[in-house]
Design a protein around this ligand. Structure first.
Ligand SMILES: Cc1cc2nc3c(=O)[nH]c(=O)nc-3n(C[C@H](O)[C@H](O)[C@H](O)COP(=O)(O)OP(=O)(O)OC[C@H]3O[C@@H](n4cnc5c(N)ncnc54)[C@H](O)[C@@H]3O)c2cc1C
Length: 289
């Protein structure tokens, strides 16, 4: 449980951090909350020779509404998001998600950027970001780029980030009026990673039709899953019982769970079906105010 030796760097600007990343490349790892990286280092699943701690760089933690988006700095802690009036009012799905992550100690340190950059399909925020149609902003030696979250999770523990890039911001489009979302998670005990988790976001027009739907799944494949067939089934529908049942079935079909200590493949798929319907029902209730 003792990590391999490493050099510890504390840059005070993004430029300095980028120079260090360029200098050390694959031998370096960024540290933010340390709540995923440090356990991996202690288990010797990761043995970076250089740790680049971003916590001394000012201006990377904020939550603000700007240009039709909620913009969240990558180093914003779970606890800060939990307390945010903006998130509670405009993105209740994100508030749901944060509250189901680990325990208050972990949430005091863990950051949104780290939760996404880690690329763990068991982490909860990726599904919510997929449901919300978010994008992430990364800065690297060639400047800044925005990456739609649909292109961000490329493989098991692997994201679209280059080794020399730093995730700086998460941009979430502000849901239009008539929108609501919810995140539900089945866990063996409080604070555990999901047996299965479902994020659902809907927008409903004045006639009661669904104009937009987003569904993301947690820990039921080697990457976070966007249940696109289920989303398409809901768009244009009146969100009837039949519509929800069929969408839930399509979400379950989109999952690729593996059997493990949390349950069999069949059980997890069944749980995706149940959670999708329940998350949609809660999202619809919120959308209808
Ligand atoms: C006991 C326990 C239970 C947990 N349960 C859950 C859970 O139920 N759900 C859940 O979602 N998470 C859970 N977590 C993980 C937790 O949410 C982590 O905080 C999160 O996964 C990583 O965020 P971090 O800021 O701690 O990142 P770190 O651990 O510092 O970094 C994680 C990885 O991301 C990279 N990274 C971090 N920030 C950036 C950045 N800005 N740019 C580029 N790369 C970056 C690092 O190099 C590293 O590879 C749990 C953790 C613990 C210890």
């Amino acid at each position: 449980m003792i990590p391999a030796p490493f050099d510890y760097h504390t840059p005070s600007s993004l430029d300095e951090a980028l120079s260090l990343l360029q200098e050390y490349g694959y031998e370096a790892k960024i540290l933010t909350g340390g709540q995923s990286l440090l356990p991996m280092m202690k288990l010797r699943l990761a043995e970076p020779e250089h740790i680049i701690d971003l916590n001394g760089i000012p201006g990377l933690a904020y939550i603000r509404e700007e240009d039709g988006h909620v913009k969240i700095g990558a180093l914003t802690r779970e606890a800060e998001m939990e307390e945010s009036a903006l998130i509670r009012a405009k993105l209740p799905i994100l508030h749901d998600t944060g509250k189901l992550i680990a325990d208050p100690q972990v949430r005091n340190l863990g950051t949104l950027g780290g939760n996404l950059a880690h690329g763990d399909p068991g982490n909860d925020h990726p599904a919510t970001m997929l449901a919300l149609g978010a994008r992430v902003v990364a800065i690297g030696p060639n400047g800044q780029r925005a990456i739609p979250v649909t292109e961000f999770f490329v493989d098991f523990y692997t994201t679209a980030l280059e080794p020399e890039e730093i995730l700086t911001e998460i941009q979430i489009p502000l849901p239009p009026p008539g929108s609501g979302g919810a995140y539900l998670k089945l866990e063996r005990k409080v604070g555990d990673y999901a047996t299965a988790g479902v994020a659902a976001q809907v927008t409903i027009d004045a006639t009661g039709r669904c104009t937009e739907a987003g569904i993301g799944l947690t820990n039921v494949s080697y990457v976070p899953v966007k249940a696109t067939d289920a989303e398409a089934r809901l768009r244009g529908s009146t969100l009837s019982e039949v519509d929800l049942n069929e969408a839930a079935g399509l979400a379950a079909a989109a999952s690729r769970p593996s059997s493990d200590l949390r349950g069999s493949e069949e059980y997890k798929r069944a749980m995706v079906r149940v959670l999708t319907k329940r998350a949609l029902q809660r999202a619809i209730a919120r959308a209808r105010g």
